[in-house]
Write a protein that binds this ligand. Structure first.
Ligand code: S3P
Length: 446
Protein backbone atom coordinates (compact mmCIF):
# COMPACT_ATOMS: atom_id res chain seq x y z
CA UNK A 1 0.00 0.00 0.00
CA UNK A 2 1.18 3.53 -0.79
CA UNK A 3 2.46 5.60 2.11
CA UNK A 4 -0.21 7.90 3.54
CA UNK A 5 0.32 11.61 2.87
CA UNK A 6 -1.52 13.99 5.19
CA UNK A 7 -2.08 17.56 4.06
CA UNK A 8 -3.34 20.74 5.65
CA UNK A 9 -6.92 20.72 6.87
CA UNK A 10 -9.01 23.89 6.74
CA UNK A 11 -11.76 22.85 9.06
CA UNK A 12 -11.71 19.94 11.55
CA UNK A 13 -14.99 19.50 13.45
CA UNK A 14 -15.89 16.01 14.51
CA UNK A 15 -16.81 13.56 17.26
CA UNK A 16 -14.26 10.77 17.51
CA UNK A 17 -14.70 7.45 19.29
CA UNK A 18 -11.31 6.69 20.79
CA UNK A 19 -10.32 2.97 20.80
CA UNK A 20 -9.88 1.12 24.07
CA UNK A 21 -7.00 1.77 26.44
CA UNK A 22 -3.97 -0.40 25.67
CA UNK A 23 -2.74 -0.78 29.26
CA UNK A 24 -6.22 -1.71 30.52
CA UNK A 25 -6.87 -4.10 27.61
CA UNK A 26 -3.65 -6.04 28.33
CA UNK A 27 -4.51 -6.25 32.01
CA UNK A 28 -8.12 -7.32 31.34
CA UNK A 29 -6.83 -10.41 29.56
CA UNK A 30 -4.23 -11.17 32.20
CA UNK A 31 -6.54 -10.86 35.22
CA UNK A 32 -9.52 -12.39 33.38
CA UNK A 33 -7.34 -15.41 32.53
CA UNK A 34 -6.19 -16.08 36.10
CA UNK A 35 -9.61 -15.39 37.65
CA UNK A 36 -12.40 -17.94 37.99
CA UNK A 37 -15.53 -17.36 35.91
CA UNK A 38 -16.39 -15.47 32.74
CA UNK A 39 -14.86 -12.01 32.45
CA UNK A 40 -16.47 -9.84 29.79
CA UNK A 41 -14.34 -7.10 28.26
CA UNK A 42 -16.03 -4.56 26.00
CA UNK A 43 -14.31 -1.84 23.95
CA UNK A 44 -11.23 -4.09 24.00
CA UNK A 45 -8.33 -2.67 21.99
CA UNK A 46 -7.77 -4.89 18.96
CA UNK A 47 -4.28 -3.46 18.39
CA UNK A 48 -1.53 -5.97 17.64
CA UNK A 49 0.07 -5.59 21.08
CA UNK A 50 -3.06 -6.73 22.93
CA UNK A 51 -3.76 -9.52 20.44
CA UNK A 52 -0.30 -10.92 21.26
CA UNK A 53 -1.25 -10.99 24.96
CA UNK A 54 -4.55 -12.70 24.09
CA UNK A 55 -2.71 -15.36 22.05
CA UNK A 56 -0.26 -15.89 24.92
CA UNK A 57 -3.09 -16.87 27.28
CA UNK A 58 -4.75 -19.01 24.63
CA UNK A 59 -1.40 -20.85 24.41
CA UNK A 60 -1.71 -21.47 28.17
CA UNK A 61 -5.07 -23.14 27.60
CA UNK A 62 -7.40 -20.22 28.40
CA UNK A 63 -10.59 -20.16 26.34
CA UNK A 64 -11.28 -16.67 25.00
CA UNK A 65 -14.31 -15.92 22.80
CA UNK A 66 -13.90 -12.88 20.60
CA UNK A 67 -16.56 -10.77 18.94
CA UNK A 68 -14.65 -8.45 16.67
CA UNK A 69 -17.67 -8.33 14.36
CA UNK A 70 -18.85 -4.99 15.71
CA UNK A 71 -15.95 -2.67 14.94
CA UNK A 72 -17.35 -0.10 17.36
CA UNK A 73 -17.30 -2.44 20.31
CA UNK A 74 -14.83 -5.33 20.14
CA UNK A 75 -15.71 -7.74 22.93
CA UNK A 76 -13.89 -10.60 24.63
CA UNK A 77 -15.33 -13.25 26.88
CA UNK A 78 -12.60 -14.89 28.89
CA UNK A 79 -13.58 -18.19 30.46
CA UNK A 80 -11.12 -18.16 33.36
CA UNK A 81 -10.60 -21.32 35.38
CA UNK A 82 -8.21 -19.89 37.95
CA UNK A 83 -4.42 -19.69 38.28
CA UNK A 84 -3.97 -23.44 38.80
CA UNK A 85 -5.69 -24.29 35.50
CA UNK A 86 -3.01 -22.54 33.41
CA UNK A 87 -1.02 -25.03 31.32
CA UNK A 88 2.53 -25.12 29.98
CA UNK A 89 2.61 -23.59 26.46
CA UNK A 90 3.80 -25.98 23.76
CA UNK A 91 5.59 -23.30 21.76
CA UNK A 92 7.41 -20.03 22.30
CA UNK A 93 5.27 -16.99 23.04
CA UNK A 94 5.66 -14.10 20.59
CA UNK A 95 4.84 -10.70 22.06
CA UNK A 96 5.38 -8.55 18.96
CA UNK A 97 6.22 -4.93 19.74
CA UNK A 98 4.88 -4.99 23.28
CA UNK A 99 7.06 -4.12 26.27
CA UNK A 100 3.96 -4.29 28.48
CA UNK A 101 3.21 -7.84 27.30
CA UNK A 102 6.76 -9.08 27.85
CA UNK A 103 7.39 -7.42 31.21
CA UNK A 104 4.01 -8.19 32.80
CA UNK A 105 3.95 -11.80 31.60
CA UNK A 106 7.51 -12.36 32.90
CA UNK A 107 6.23 -11.62 36.40
CA UNK A 108 3.30 -14.00 36.17
CA UNK A 109 5.21 -16.77 34.41
CA UNK A 110 8.17 -16.66 36.84
CA UNK A 111 5.83 -18.05 39.52
CA UNK A 112 4.24 -20.86 37.46
CA UNK A 113 5.97 -24.27 37.39
CA UNK A 114 6.58 -24.35 33.60
CA UNK A 115 9.17 -23.33 31.00
CA UNK A 116 8.43 -20.30 28.83
CA UNK A 117 10.29 -18.74 25.94
CA UNK A 118 9.26 -15.13 25.29
CA UNK A 119 10.22 -13.47 22.01
CA UNK A 120 9.41 -10.19 20.27
CA UNK A 121 10.08 -8.10 17.17
CA UNK A 122 13.32 -6.22 16.49
CA UNK A 123 12.36 -3.21 18.63
CA UNK A 124 11.21 -5.32 21.60
CA UNK A 125 14.34 -7.49 21.35
CA UNK A 126 16.48 -4.41 21.85
CA UNK A 127 14.68 -3.10 24.95
CA UNK A 128 16.05 -3.52 28.51
CA UNK A 129 14.63 -6.46 30.46
CA UNK A 130 17.07 -6.40 33.41
CA UNK A 131 14.66 -3.98 35.10
CA UNK A 132 12.35 -6.97 35.59
CA UNK A 133 14.89 -9.83 35.56
CA UNK A 134 16.85 -8.40 38.52
CA UNK A 135 13.99 -8.03 41.04
CA UNK A 136 12.38 -11.30 39.86
CA UNK A 137 15.72 -13.06 40.44
CA UNK A 138 15.77 -11.58 43.95
CA UNK A 139 12.38 -13.24 44.45
CA UNK A 140 13.88 -16.60 43.44
CA UNK A 141 13.08 -16.65 39.73
CA UNK A 142 15.34 -18.20 37.12
CA UNK A 143 15.44 -16.31 33.80
CA UNK A 144 17.97 -16.59 30.95
CA UNK A 145 18.29 -13.66 28.56
CA UNK A 146 20.56 -12.33 25.83
CA UNK A 147 22.57 -9.99 28.06
CA UNK A 148 19.42 -8.55 29.60
CA UNK A 149 17.34 -8.60 26.41
CA UNK A 150 14.77 -10.89 24.80
CA UNK A 151 14.38 -13.74 23.97
CA UNK A 152 13.77 -14.60 27.62
CA UNK A 153 13.78 -18.16 28.84
CA UNK A 154 11.80 -18.38 32.07
CA UNK A 155 12.25 -21.49 34.22
CA UNK A 156 9.14 -21.00 36.35
CA UNK A 157 8.96 -22.12 39.98
CA UNK A 158 6.48 -22.57 42.82
CA UNK A 159 9.00 -21.10 45.24
CA UNK A 160 9.00 -17.34 44.76
CA UNK A 161 9.49 -15.26 47.92
CA UNK A 162 7.99 -11.81 48.49
CA UNK A 163 10.52 -8.94 48.66
CA UNK A 164 10.46 -5.21 49.25
CA UNK A 165 11.74 -3.61 46.07
CA UNK A 166 12.75 0.03 45.85
CA UNK A 167 12.52 0.64 42.12
CA UNK A 168 15.07 3.09 40.68
CA UNK A 169 12.55 4.09 37.96
CA UNK A 170 8.86 5.01 37.92
CA UNK A 171 7.64 2.17 35.71
CA UNK A 172 4.18 0.63 35.72
CA UNK A 173 5.57 -2.30 33.76
CA UNK A 174 8.12 -3.11 36.48
CA UNK A 175 5.57 -2.53 39.25
CA UNK A 176 2.91 -4.67 37.55
CA UNK A 177 5.43 -7.43 36.79
CA UNK A 178 6.28 -7.69 40.50
CA UNK A 179 2.62 -7.51 41.58
CA UNK A 180 1.89 -10.46 39.27
CA UNK A 181 4.88 -12.36 40.67
CA UNK A 182 3.62 -11.45 44.15
CA UNK A 183 0.35 -13.29 43.44
CA UNK A 184 2.36 -16.53 43.45
CA UNK A 185 5.00 -15.68 46.10
CA UNK A 186 5.22 -16.57 49.78
CA UNK A 187 4.85 -13.56 52.10
CA UNK A 188 4.35 -9.96 51.11
CA UNK A 189 5.70 -8.29 47.95
CA UNK A 190 6.13 -4.52 48.24
CA UNK A 191 7.16 -2.09 45.50
CA UNK A 192 8.23 1.49 46.23
CA UNK A 193 8.54 3.89 43.29
CA UNK A 194 10.43 7.20 43.00
CA UNK A 195 7.36 8.78 41.35
CA UNK A 196 3.89 7.42 40.82
CA UNK A 197 3.42 5.44 37.59
CA UNK A 198 0.05 4.41 36.16
CA UNK A 199 -1.97 2.33 38.64
CA UNK A 200 -4.28 0.26 36.40
CA UNK A 201 -2.93 -3.03 37.79
CA UNK A 202 -3.62 -1.97 41.37
CA UNK A 203 -7.16 -0.86 40.53
CA UNK A 204 -7.92 -4.00 38.55
CA UNK A 205 -6.42 -6.36 41.13
CA UNK A 206 -8.67 -4.79 43.76
CA UNK A 207 -11.66 -5.05 41.41
CA UNK A 208 -10.94 -8.76 40.88
CA UNK A 209 -10.81 -9.31 44.66
CA UNK A 210 -7.07 -9.59 45.27
CA UNK A 211 -5.44 -8.81 48.64
CA UNK A 212 -3.60 -5.66 47.57
CA UNK A 213 -2.91 -2.59 49.62
CA UNK A 214 -2.40 0.72 47.85
CA UNK A 215 -3.45 4.34 48.13
CA UNK A 216 -3.80 6.71 45.24
CA UNK A 217 -1.44 9.22 46.89
CA UNK A 218 1.19 6.68 47.97
CA UNK A 219 4.33 5.54 46.14
CA UNK A 220 4.18 2.16 47.88
CA UNK A 221 2.04 -0.85 47.02
CA UNK A 222 1.95 -4.33 48.61
CA UNK A 223 0.37 -7.62 47.64
CA UNK A 224 0.22 -11.10 49.08
CA UNK A 225 -0.78 -14.43 47.63
CA UNK A 226 -4.59 -14.65 47.59
CA UNK A 227 -6.15 -17.50 49.58
CA UNK A 228 -8.64 -18.12 46.83
CA UNK A 229 -8.87 -17.38 43.11
CA UNK A 230 -9.64 -13.89 41.86
CA UNK A 231 -13.25 -13.63 40.65
CA UNK A 232 -14.37 -12.76 37.12
CA UNK A 233 -15.53 -9.22 36.36
CA UNK A 234 -17.16 -7.04 33.72
CA UNK A 235 -14.90 -4.39 32.23
CA UNK A 236 -15.87 -1.68 29.78
CA UNK A 237 -12.47 -0.39 28.71
CA UNK A 238 -12.34 3.42 28.50
CA UNK A 239 -10.84 5.08 25.41
CA UNK A 240 -7.06 5.38 25.55
CA UNK A 241 -5.96 8.88 26.62
CA UNK A 242 -2.65 8.20 24.85
CA UNK A 243 -4.57 7.73 21.57
CA UNK A 244 -6.90 10.65 22.32
CA UNK A 245 -3.79 12.83 22.79
CA UNK A 246 -3.18 12.87 19.02
CA UNK A 247 -6.58 14.43 18.43
CA UNK A 248 -6.27 16.78 21.43
CA UNK A 249 -3.19 18.20 19.72
CA UNK A 250 -4.91 18.18 16.30
CA UNK A 251 -7.84 20.12 17.80
CA UNK A 252 -5.50 22.70 19.32
CA UNK A 253 -3.16 23.27 16.34
CA UNK A 254 -5.57 23.09 13.37
CA UNK A 255 -7.57 26.07 12.15
CA UNK A 256 -11.35 26.14 12.71
CA UNK A 257 -11.42 22.98 14.73
CA UNK A 258 -13.55 21.53 17.46
CA UNK A 259 -13.02 17.87 18.30
CA UNK A 260 -15.14 15.88 20.72
CA UNK A 261 -13.22 12.85 22.00
CA UNK A 262 -15.64 10.37 23.49
CA UNK A 263 -15.28 8.19 26.56
CA UNK A 264 -11.60 8.84 27.29
CA UNK A 265 -9.96 7.32 30.39
CA UNK A 266 -9.01 10.04 32.89
CA UNK A 267 -7.26 7.99 35.57
CA UNK A 268 -5.18 10.68 37.38
CA UNK A 269 -1.96 8.70 36.80
CA UNK A 270 -2.49 9.24 33.06
CA UNK A 271 -3.78 12.81 32.78
CA UNK A 272 -0.45 14.67 32.56
CA UNK A 273 -1.47 15.67 29.02
CA UNK A 274 -4.48 17.57 30.41
CA UNK A 275 -2.16 19.45 32.80
CA UNK A 276 -0.03 20.36 29.78
CA UNK A 277 -3.08 21.58 27.83
CA UNK A 278 -3.89 23.82 30.80
CA UNK A 279 -0.31 25.11 31.10
CA UNK A 280 -0.20 25.78 27.33
CA UNK A 281 -3.52 27.67 27.45
CA UNK A 282 -5.32 25.26 25.12
CA UNK A 283 -9.08 25.79 24.89
CA UNK A 284 -10.53 22.49 26.19
CA UNK A 285 -13.13 21.05 28.54
CA UNK A 286 -13.78 17.73 30.27
CA UNK A 287 -17.44 16.70 30.33
CA UNK A 288 -19.75 13.79 31.22
CA UNK A 289 -17.41 12.32 33.84
CA UNK A 290 -18.33 8.81 35.02
CA UNK A 291 -16.69 5.88 36.77
CA UNK A 292 -16.86 2.19 35.80
CA UNK A 293 -14.73 -0.80 36.75
CA UNK A 294 -12.73 1.59 38.99
CA UNK A 295 -11.50 3.64 36.01
CA UNK A 296 -12.86 7.17 35.52
CA UNK A 297 -13.70 8.39 32.02
CA UNK A 298 -15.09 11.49 30.29
CA UNK A 299 -15.58 13.28 26.98
CA UNK A 300 -12.86 15.78 26.14
CA UNK A 301 -13.54 18.72 23.83
CA UNK A 302 -10.65 20.62 22.27
CA UNK A 303 -10.81 23.72 20.06
CA UNK A 304 -8.30 25.71 17.97
CA UNK A 305 -6.07 27.59 20.39
CA UNK A 306 -3.35 30.19 20.82
CA UNK A 307 -0.78 27.92 22.39
CA UNK A 308 1.85 29.11 24.90
CA UNK A 309 5.15 27.39 25.74
CA UNK A 310 5.76 25.73 29.12
CA UNK A 311 8.19 23.51 31.05
CA UNK A 312 7.44 19.80 31.40
CA UNK A 313 9.49 17.93 34.01
CA UNK A 314 9.78 15.84 37.18
CA UNK A 315 6.75 13.91 38.48
CA UNK A 316 4.63 15.04 35.51
CA UNK A 317 6.77 12.88 33.20
CA UNK A 318 5.45 9.39 34.16
CA UNK A 319 1.90 10.79 33.83
CA UNK A 320 2.44 11.64 30.14
CA UNK A 321 5.45 9.57 29.08
CA UNK A 322 3.78 8.08 25.97
CA UNK A 323 2.35 11.43 24.87
CA UNK A 324 5.69 13.27 24.61
CA UNK A 325 6.13 12.88 20.81
CA UNK A 326 2.74 14.51 20.15
CA UNK A 327 3.22 17.05 22.98
CA UNK A 328 6.38 18.02 21.09
CA UNK A 329 4.17 18.81 18.05
CA UNK A 330 1.95 20.97 20.28
CA UNK A 331 5.02 22.74 21.71
CA UNK A 332 6.32 23.33 18.19
CA UNK A 333 3.13 25.33 17.48
CA UNK A 334 3.40 27.39 20.69
CA UNK A 335 4.51 30.92 21.20
CA UNK A 336 7.84 30.69 23.07
CA UNK A 337 10.30 27.96 23.99
CA UNK A 338 9.19 24.73 25.64
CA UNK A 339 11.60 22.69 27.75
CA UNK A 340 11.04 18.96 28.33
CA UNK A 341 13.39 17.42 30.92
CA UNK A 342 13.80 14.43 33.27
CA UNK A 343 12.48 12.24 30.45
CA UNK A 344 15.46 9.90 29.93
CA UNK A 345 13.06 6.90 29.98
CA UNK A 346 12.09 7.98 26.44
CA UNK A 347 15.37 6.49 25.21
CA UNK A 348 14.16 2.93 25.89
CA UNK A 349 10.65 3.08 24.42
CA UNK A 350 9.63 1.53 21.06
CA UNK A 351 12.38 3.75 19.58
CA UNK A 352 14.83 6.15 21.23
CA UNK A 353 12.06 8.73 21.44
CA UNK A 354 14.32 11.65 22.33
CA UNK A 355 16.24 11.09 19.08
CA UNK A 356 13.22 10.17 16.91
CA UNK A 357 11.06 13.06 18.20
CA UNK A 358 13.86 15.59 17.67
CA UNK A 359 14.46 14.20 14.17
CA UNK A 360 10.73 14.46 13.37
CA UNK A 361 10.66 18.11 14.49
CA UNK A 362 13.78 18.97 12.45
CA UNK A 363 12.21 17.46 9.32
CA UNK A 364 9.11 19.58 9.99
CA UNK A 365 11.29 22.69 10.02
CA UNK A 366 11.30 23.33 13.78
CA UNK A 367 14.32 24.64 15.74
CA UNK A 368 14.90 22.03 18.41
CA UNK A 369 17.81 21.07 20.64
CA UNK A 370 18.27 17.51 21.86
CA UNK A 371 19.38 17.26 25.51
CA UNK A 372 20.49 14.33 27.69
CA UNK A 373 17.03 13.95 29.25
CA UNK A 374 14.64 15.67 26.85
CA UNK A 375 14.57 18.55 24.37
CA UNK A 376 14.17 22.31 23.97
CA UNK A 377 11.62 23.31 21.32
CA UNK A 378 11.28 26.75 19.74
CA UNK A 379 7.62 27.27 18.87
CA UNK A 380 6.41 28.47 15.46
CA UNK A 381 3.61 30.51 17.09
CA UNK A 382 0.87 28.93 14.99
CA UNK A 383 2.68 29.06 11.61
CA UNK A 384 2.10 25.88 9.55
CA UNK A 385 5.05 23.46 9.60
CA UNK A 386 7.28 24.63 6.73
CA UNK A 387 9.52 21.56 6.38
CA UNK A 388 13.31 21.57 6.64
CA UNK A 389 15.04 24.17 4.44
CA UNK A 390 16.09 21.71 1.74
CA UNK A 391 12.70 19.97 1.43
CA UNK A 392 10.91 21.03 -1.75
CA UNK A 393 7.93 18.73 -1.80
CA UNK A 394 6.11 16.69 0.77
CA UNK A 395 7.92 16.20 4.10
CA UNK A 396 8.77 12.47 4.41
CA UNK A 397 9.03 11.11 7.97
CA UNK A 398 10.06 7.55 8.83
CA UNK A 399 8.27 6.12 11.87
CA UNK A 400 11.40 4.11 12.71
CA UNK A 401 9.03 1.33 13.67
CA UNK A 402 7.45 3.53 16.36
CA UNK A 403 3.66 3.91 16.24
CA UNK A 404 3.64 7.15 18.22
CA UNK A 405 6.16 8.84 15.90
CA UNK A 406 4.01 7.79 12.89
CA UNK A 407 0.84 9.29 14.42
CA UNK A 408 2.52 12.46 15.75
CA UNK A 409 3.97 13.14 12.27
CA UNK A 410 0.52 12.60 10.71
CA UNK A 411 -1.02 15.14 13.11
CA UNK A 412 1.69 17.66 12.15
CA UNK A 413 0.69 17.05 8.50
CA UNK A 414 -2.77 18.49 9.26
CA UNK A 415 -1.11 21.87 9.82
CA UNK A 416 1.79 21.73 7.34
CA UNK A 417 2.57 23.76 4.22
CA UNK A 418 3.61 20.83 2.02
CA UNK A 419 1.94 17.78 3.55
CA UNK A 420 3.64 14.95 5.44
CA UNK A 421 4.28 11.47 4.07
CA UNK A 422 4.55 8.70 6.66
CA UNK A 423 7.03 5.93 5.94
CA UNK A 424 6.42 2.63 7.81
CA UNK A 425 2.94 3.79 8.80
CA UNK A 426 1.74 0.22 9.46
CA UNK A 427 3.17 0.40 12.99
CA UNK A 428 0.11 2.45 14.08
CA UNK A 429 -1.72 -0.90 14.24
CA UNK A 430 0.11 -1.78 17.45
CA UNK A 431 -2.01 0.72 19.40
CA UNK A 432 -4.52 2.54 17.14
CA UNK A 433 -6.07 0.49 14.35
CA UNK A 434 -8.32 2.84 12.36
CA UNK A 435 -6.17 5.94 12.99
CA UNK A 436 -5.68 6.77 9.31
CA UNK A 437 -9.35 5.96 8.53
CA UNK A 438 -10.38 8.78 10.89
CA UNK A 439 -8.22 11.21 8.90
CA UNK A 440 -9.23 9.72 5.57
CA UNK A 441 -12.84 10.71 6.19
CA UNK A 442 -11.76 14.33 6.51
CA UNK A 443 -10.68 16.96 4.04
CA UNK A 444 -7.10 16.17 5.00
CA UNK A 445 -6.66 14.45 1.61
CA UNK A 446 -4.78 11.35 2.64
C1 S3P B 1 2.69 0.82 30.29
C2 S3P B 1 3.59 1.51 31.04
C3 S3P B 1 4.48 2.55 30.51
C4 S3P B 1 4.11 2.98 29.10
C5 S3P B 1 3.73 1.82 28.24
C6 S3P B 1 2.55 1.07 28.84
C7 S3P B 1 1.83 -0.18 30.95
O1 S3P B 1 5.78 2.05 30.54
O2 S3P B 1 5.17 3.69 28.50
O3 S3P B 1 3.35 2.27 26.95
O4 S3P B 1 0.82 -0.59 30.38
O5 S3P B 1 2.18 -0.58 32.07
P1 S3P B 1 6.65 2.20 31.88
O6 S3P B 1 5.72 2.45 33.00
O7 S3P B 1 7.40 0.95 32.06
O8 S3P B 1 7.51 3.40 31.63
Amino acid sequence: MANPIISKIKNFKKSIKIPGDKSISHRSIIFGSIAKGRTEVTNFLTGEDCICTQKAFEALGVEIETYYGTPDNPTLRINGKGMLALQEPKEEIYLGNSGTGMRLLSGLFAGLPFEFKLTGDESLSSRPMKRVINPLTEMGASIDSQDGKAPLLIHGTNNLQGITYKSPIASAQVKSCLLLAGLNAEGVTTIIEPEKSRDHSERMLEYFGSPISHHSASLEVSIKKPEKDLFAQIIRVPGDISSAAFFMVAGAICENSELVLENVGINPTRTGILDVLTMMKVDFSVENISDEAREPRADIIVKSSNIKACEISSDLIPRLIDEIPVIAILAAQAEGTTVIKNAEELKVKESNRIATTVNMLKLLGVNVEETEDGMIIEGLAGKAFPGAKDSVNTIAIDSNGDHRIAMSSAIAGLHSEKGVEIIKSEFVNTSFPGFFEILRKEEAKI
